[in-house]
Design a protein around this ligand. Structure first.
Ligand code: TPP
Ligand code: MG
Length: 523
């Protein structure tokens, strides 16, 4: 397809993005990306969202993918801009989210003179990307862009990083290119279905471990039917990219995650034969003295039904048919039930009750609550249907950016962000983007004024009797972070609460408001 007037490489890339249904760009540009910025102006059909730190952009692309199932693009300024964004690319990669990073580069001529911003961008991109390419000719930029899109859209999603030297952006562009069609998900072999059916009916206790695409409503209800027929348990991985839950959907426990290996071990002791459904054999977050890295005994009975990139729904359907379970009423379905509204002082248990009591229908819960939210599941299981998103990469600072992307992907839904006060500070610039784009996000800051999890970790790794200097590295009280004014300073309305009645009132304000609202919770 040739447009009427001549366009430059940058415009050919933006048009190729839009042509292939990539219509969001989370951007923070510099001089080398000016032609791309100019092109964004000319081409309709792409929403440009400015972020004030690059980790905000890549985290937003992650959240967008999780809720929309398609990649967004990011625009990053040379090696340092990319470097700033890497932690959230890492998290996105672990969540199997696709994204197309467009990274500016000096002109090929200018690279020879070793100017201040020169760096080896490919080397910076490589470890966090599945696909990296520098466009060498302006006429090929659109073709390279289409290849990046094709890669990012693979199943599961992939990180594609396209490096765009400034002269390839301003030189003459090529045709707008259609990215190649995706291969369909591969079907699981019948022999595997039969093998897993045999395990499930051998008289021993079994548990399905669900991950990835097995966490949709459709897939979990199939798992529920299999459980109804065979009596097997159902659990999920410790962190899920997107879990469908709430009333009418399956009520499942996650494997306990960071900082609580013993809890995870005691849960997995009871699972019997483990059956992997788009999940991996569970491992601990960290190694500790005298504790295992694997959360199951070596040689324990583990079978695999389906890999994350295979056709998960058809594998579960075929298994349910093989077991004669397809017409069963699913097991473990949560009944519609909200907890009582709590009163008095705020505790972790009462926070769970307040969230369970107030959660709006179809909410997107982005969970970066670290220690505060470890046990939020029971009190929220019977709330109206919602999605629950966790950090799969363990690099904190994912919650605020992922909320931005989720809110942009689903403007009709309310995002509820559960945020630790330590984690929130990593990408706090997100608040400004939330205000600027008027994103419908209610932010709960759990202001315990510590890195609470690390206090436990000191003990877990065997540091005896930590002194004041060690404790000082885990404490956020010198000075207190004034979240209400941090939010106000970036244009987000906010309130501080320290008892349940005011918490419930503040939640009501946040949920009714069509835009961002931050609640600092002191407890
Ligand atoms: C990028 C990155 N830096 C540091 C850490 C180590 N870390 C894990 S949790 C945590 C503190 C979390 O504090 P907060 O969000 O306040 O949650 P709390 O522990 O208080 O519940 C830190 C520093 C990390 N996981 N990722
Ligand atoms: Mg904290």
């Amino acid at each position: 397809m040739k447009p009427e007037s001549k366009m430059n490489g940058a415009e050919s890339l933006v048009r190729t993005l839009v042509h292939n249904d990539v219509n969001v760009c989370f951007a923070n540009p510099g001089t080398s990306e000016m032609h791309f910025v100019g092109a964004l102006d000319k081409v309709p059909g792409i929403r440009c969202v400015l972020g004030l730190f690059e980790g905000v952009l890549t985290g937003a692309a992650d959240g967008y993918y999780r809720m929309n199932g398609k990649p967004a693009s990011t625009l990053l300024h040379l090696g340092p801009g990319l470097a700033n964004s890497l932690a959230n690319i890492h998290n996105a990669k672990k969540a199997n989210s696709g994204m197309i990073n467009i990274i500016g580069q000096h002109t090929l001529q200018h690279l020879k003179v070793e100017s201040p911003l020169t760096s080896d961008i490919e080397a910076i991109a490589q470890p966090m990307s599945h696909w990296v390419k520098t466009s060498m000719k302006s006429i090929e930029v659109s073709k390279d862009g289409a290849e990046a899109i094709e890669y990012a859209k693979k199943v599961p999603g992939k990180i594609a990083s396209l490096i765009l030297p400034a002269d390839t952006a301003w030189g003459e562009g090529g045709d707008i290119i259609t990215a190649k069609e995706l291969d369909p998900r591969r079907k699981v072999d019948e022999s595997i279905i039969l093998k897993v059916a045999k395990v499930l009916t051998n008289g021993k206790h079994s548990t399905l471990l669900l991950g990835g695409g097995a966490l949709t409503e459709e897939a979990t209800l199939l798992a529920g039917k299999i459980s109804a027929k065979t009596g097997c348990g159902i659990i999920t991985e410790a962190a899920n990219a997107r879990l469908s839950r709430g009333a009418g959907r399956l009520d499942m426990f996650r494997i306990p995650g960071a900082g609580v290996v013993d809890r995870a071990l005691s849960m997995l002791e009871k699972v019997g034969q483990l059956i992997l459904v788009a999940s991996k054999p569970p491992v601990a977050f960290f190694g500790y003295p005298d504790k295992p890295s694997l959360l199951y005994k070596e040689g324990a009975p583990i079978s695999k039904l389906v890999e994350v990139e295979e056709d998960i729904v058809s594998a579960l359907t075929d298994l349910a048919i093989e077991l004669g379970a397809i017409n069963e009423v699913p097991n473990h379905v949560a009944v519609s039930k909200r907890p009582d509204r709590p009163s008095g002082n705020i505790s972790k248990e009462k926070l769970a009750m307040a969230i369970g009591a107030m959660l709006p229908e179809n909410a997107i819960v982005v969970d970066e609550s670290v220690t505060t939210g470890r046990d939020f599941f029971p009190a929220t299981a019977g709330s109206p249907p919602h999605d629950w998103l966790n950090n799969r990469g363990g690099s904190i600072g994912y919650g605020m950016p992922v909320s931005i992307g989720a809110a942009i992907a689903c403007p009709e839904k309310k995002v509820i962000l559960l945020e630790g006060d330590g984690s929130g500070m990593y990408t706090v610039q997100s608040l400004w983007t939330m205000a600027r784009e008027n994103l419908d996000i209610t932010i709960l800051i759990f202001a315990n004024r510590t890195y609470e999890i690390l206090r436990g970790e000191l003990t877990n790794v065997g540091v005896q009797n930590p002194g004041p200097r060690a404790i000082d590295m885990l404490t956020l009280d010198r000075p207190h972070i004034d979240w209400v004014n941090v939010a106000k300073g970036m244009g987000v309305e906010s309130l501080q609460v320290s008892d349940c009645d005011n918490l419930l009132k503040a939640l009501d304000v946040g949920i009714k408001k069509d835009g961002p609202f931050l609640i600092e919770i002191i407890f």
